[in-house]
Unconditional design. Structure first.
Length: 272
């Protein structure tokens, strides 16, 4: 049997200090590891053994970082990789996608306010700067009957990542340090992100998605643009018109309005 990973000593850890500077209503506890397979996988195990809402797991490096649709998330040192554990009471099982969208708003607002860059959100979970992806969000849930037991929301950001060392097929991503031409203070960025994730999550729980949707739409990468969406083996082409109350993307096609629950968006405007 493999020994369980051991978190870093909290004393003098700048990430713990950064967490203490946030409001800490929901997110009060951080386990920081040098190396994990995946912070989402680790936190799902904790969720399954009854860990409370609000635990954060952060790793400096992941050996099996996961992305959406069973993709992998390349996670060398220099990036910011963490997951948060939620046990939302007022959110229904079919509304889990709203948590991903809400987390996207939180991440984009932090990048805007702390780094002065103009990020946008590509439905459902990509954080973009210009036409390149700088971050991604992966929400994974467990259910008891028809109710949510817990949701693990994982966030990965290419912060001080050296893109030239990424595998060739991943070179089309961006790194924050290249965008702002300086090293990113990871603990500080982490603290801001936790603060905003808490703010927007509580807003979603208290006021529902109508209080989030206008912000998401304002940040959207492809609203009112022609897009092509790959949904399983179908390709749908139309204009991205809106975001529905359940988080689906509403597309106006030549056959009328349709709503897409999962898939990959390609913005045709950017294909040249
Ligand atoms: C995506 O863009 O498809 C989502 C990427 C999410 C990556 C983060 S990194 C921290 C957390 N742990 C994982 O294994 N994945 C998420």
């Amino acid at each position: 049997m493999v020994d369980p990973p051991i978190p870093l000593e909290p004393r003098n850890d700048p990430f713990q200090h950064a967490l203490r500077n946030t409001s800490q209503i929901v997110f009060k506890r951080l386990l920081h590891f040098e190396l994990l397979t995946s912070t989402n996988e680790y936190l799902k195990q904790q969720g399954n053994i009854g860990e409370q809402e609000g635990l954060i797991v952060l790793a400096d490096e992941q050996t099996a970082g996961k992305g959406r649709l069973n993709r992998s998330w390349y996670s060398p040192r220099g990036g910011l990789y963490f997951s948060i554990l939620l046990r939302p009471i007022s959110i229904k099982a079919e509304q889990v996608p709203l948590i991903t969208l809400t987390a996207g708003v939180a991440v984009a607002k932090v990048l805007q306010s702390s780094l002065g860059i103009q990020p946008s959100l590509k439905w459902p979970n990509d954080v973009m700067v210009g036409q390149k992806k700088v971050g991604g969000i992966l929400a994974e849930s467990a259910f008891i009957g028809n109710d949510i037991d817990f949701v693990v929301v994982g966030i990965g950001i290419n912060a001080n990542s050296s893109i030239k060392d990424f595998p060739v097929e991943l070179q089309a991503v961006a790194s924050l340090q290249d965008l702002v031409q300086r090293q990113i203070n990871l603990p500080r960025l982490f603290g801001y992100l936790i603060g905003q994730l808490e703010f927007w999550y509580l807003r979603l729980c208290d006021k529902g998605f109508p209080a989030i949707a206008p912000h998401w739409k304002q940040l959207c990468y492809h609203l009112n643009q022609q897009v092509s969406i790959k949904e399983e083996d179908k390709i749908i082409i139309g204009i991205a018109k809106d975001i529905a109350a359940d988080g689906s993307l509403i597309i106006l096609t030549d056959k009328g309005r349709i709503s897409i629950r999962s898939g990959d968006v390609i913005s045709l405007q950017y294909l040249g």
